[in-house]
Design a binder for this molecule. Structure first.
Ligand code: AGP
Length: 609
């Protein structure tokens, strides 16, 4: 998730661009850049690091000009560096582009452009765009951009500049946000409302496929057929802080609702065109090594550890390879048994968790090959591991991990299917079934998010309890652990997750009248057993909130309340079952007046032991 800005008017473009990027830094902050047309050429200035590095770099020599674009980056393709920062230009510097999103077919396009003699300088997918425009430009800026758009696949918001068309910006979008700010004698382009809110509250919200030609005194919008579109002015009534959260009250709620998009992005370009297999272009190991792996460790902390538990289940179930999932701070001190056929997978949203980084180093010291699953390109863990597979969740600001967890589950699933294909341990029909099921998950998460009222009610009714239990079996137990952590860390309620079958071995002694028990019962293979555990706690007058699959008419006979998630493959349901638990934690924290995004005693990335 990156930030894009554009300005055309009579003022100094650079001033707006830097101010706008400051407002968008929450969208990505590993590098930044601006490009301004100075009457003769387009001057590009960019820098790795926070936006402040760019500001320092140009402080004494600000680019002059009244038309320009800017970008703050959250790297997906190509590590953070000056060269990989946006905006990017064509060979001659005539065309300059800033991009948010993923161009899925960039490798094919790049190869063809290189064959035609184009010279590339970066590792990014974005850089194909200015070279494509250079290739097709026929003097008509708008129709040339339209041609470029027909050649690319993926999700994107784009803004183009042309030295041959001064005073004109052209922007378009597909599956990524883009707005136009309507000023007086000036107009603005931005990924998100915060960037323009101090200059105008009158905006056009761009729709997928639309192309806008933006000049200082006009905005001309057409659809993907080239037909004029009459846009309705959207008056922004948010304050700047609310705008950064996209109108949500907290980053955590915004990020919970971003999960469909984050999962879709993480799935994108990771399936073969015919849907028959998983594709990991980024994995550079040879097949013989991958086939030789006979033991896997998954090592992580907190929520990432809970994702690892699901990963263990997936890989053992599908690829039939023994997997140990370990807390990083334990792994590094227990002399794990590792050899050259061991793969250690470290999972970390931030890529900076010191315990996980130390565990990674220990695994390497013992001779294990290492794979990082992380959300931050170029992070310490990403750089230290032998190979990296990224989640593409975009920046996660709230301390409580939500979209990081679901995108980590997606990567675990993809790895399991990928290994199963190599080991030929799963029938092709079953692989296709899981791939099709995975593709439905973003829409099913959206469906799960449609009605949050029951969860708000439960949070208000039970939010003041000091103890809450989560129970489940198999994958339900793994998700119960994550649900309990969410509730603990943001509402400060003492929540514990227990394997449902474990209750009678001691924990049942804690169950008393009125204690809330969140019972996950989505795993058909152990459903009857879970039901008997629910009866156990009901017999002690607990209040049971069940999490079940739509169509389950049994659970409501025993549970006091039931929250339903859409029907899905038993292996995929964790991606849905966790959503009501995230929301329950969120609304319970609100009920208790807690600081949802910055809970006490906690940090977003634990870089100290
Ligand atoms: C999750 O909600 C917590 N914020 C915390 O447990 C977190 O998952 C853990 O610190 C690991 O962080 P990482 O994924 O950045 O390594």
């Amino acid at each position: 998730m990156c930030g894009i800005v554009g300005y055309v008017g009579d003022g100094e473009a650079a001033r707006f661009l830097l101010e706008g990027l400051t407002r968008l830094e929450y969208r990505g902050y590993d590098s930044a850049g601006i490009a301004v047309y100075d009457g003769e050429k387009i001057r590009i200035e960019k820098s790795v690091g926070r936006l402040s590095e760019l500001k320092k770099k140009i402080a004494g020599d600000m680019p002059k000009g009244v038309c320009g674009i800017g970008h703050t980056r959250w790297a997906t393709h190509g590590r953070p560096s000056d060269t990989n920062s946006h905006p990017h230009a064509d060979c001659a510097g005539d065309f300059v582009v800033a991009h948010n999103g993923i161009i899925e077919n960039y490798m094919t396009l790049k190869e063809k452009l290189i064959e035609k003699g184009h010279r590339f300088v970066s590792e990014t997918d974005t850089e194909v765009l200015p070279h494509l425009l250079e290739e097709v430009y026929d003097g008509d800026f708008e129709s040339s951009v339209r041609k470029v758009v027909t050649m690319i696949e993926g999700s994107y918001s784009l803004v183009f500049m042309s030295r041959r068309d001064p005073g004109v910006l052209i922007c378009t979008k597909q599956d990524n946000p883009l707005i136009i700010g309507l000023g007086s004698g000036e107009n603005f382009i931005a990924s998100d409302i915060p960037a323009i809110i101090n200059h105008t509250r009158r905006t056009y919200i761009m729709s997928d496929g639309e192309i806008a030609v933006v000049k200082k005194d006009s905005v001309w919008v057409t659809n993907n057929q080239g037909e004029p579109v009459t846009k309705k002015v959207f008056e922004v009534n948010w304050n700047a802080e609310a705008a950064e959260k996209g109108g949500y009250e907290h980053f955590m709620l915004k990020e919970i609702h971003e999960q469909p998009k984050a999962v879709r992005a993480t799935l994108s370009s990771r399936f073969a065109k015919d849907g028959s297999s998983v594709v990991f272009d980024e994995l550079k190991w040879n097949v013989d090594f991958l086939k030789s792996i006979d033991r896997i460790f998954i090592v992580a902390c907190g929520t990432a550890y809970h994702a690892g538990l699901v990963g263990k289940y997936y890989i053992e179930k599908m690829a039939r390879i023994p997997v140990e999932c370990d807390i990083a701070s334990e792994f590094r001190y227990r002399s794990p048994i590792v050899d050259d056929r061991t793969l250690t997978i470290v999972v970390s949203q931030s890529g900076e968790t010191i315990d996980t980084l130390a565990a990674l180093k220990e695994a390497k010291r013992l001779g294990s090959r290492t794979l990082a699953v992380t959300n931050v390109v170029g992070s310490s863990i990403a750089r230290d591991a032998d190979q990296v597979v990224y989640t593409w969740a975009g920046p996660e600001i709230a301390v409580a991990s939500t979209k990081a967890y679901t995108t980590q589950l997606i990567v675990m699933l993809l790895i399991a299917i990928y290994m199963a294909e190599l080991k030929k341990s799963m029938p092709e029909a079953r692989i296709r079934e899981l791939i099709e099921g995975a593709k439905n998950i973003p829409a099913q998460i959206s469906e799960t998010l449609e009605d949050t009222e029951p969860i708000k009610t439960f949070a208000k009714r039970y939010g003041f309890n000091e103890d809450v239990f989560f129970i489940g079996r198999s994958l339900d137990y793994d998700v119960a652990l994550e649900g309990a952590l969410k509730l603990k860390e943001i509402s400060y309620i003492h929540a514990e997750a227990y394997a449902a079958g474990e209750l009678k071995h001691g924990t049942l002694a804690l169950v008393k009248e009125g204690i809330p028990v969140i019972a996950l019962a989505t795993q058909r293979s152990v459903y009857e057993k879970t039901l008997s555990n629910i009866k156990e706690v009901k017999a002690r007058d607990a209040i049971v909130i069940g999490i079940a699959e739509k169509g389950d008419e049994e659970l409501s006979k025993y549970a006091d309340h039931v929250i339903y998630v859409p029907e899905a493959d038993e292996l995929l349901i964790p991606l849905l079952a966790v959503v009501p638990l995230q929301l329950l934690a969120y609304y319970a924290a609100l009920t208790r007046g807690c600081d949802v995004d910055k809970p006490r005693n906690l940090a977003k990335s634990v870089t100290v032991e």
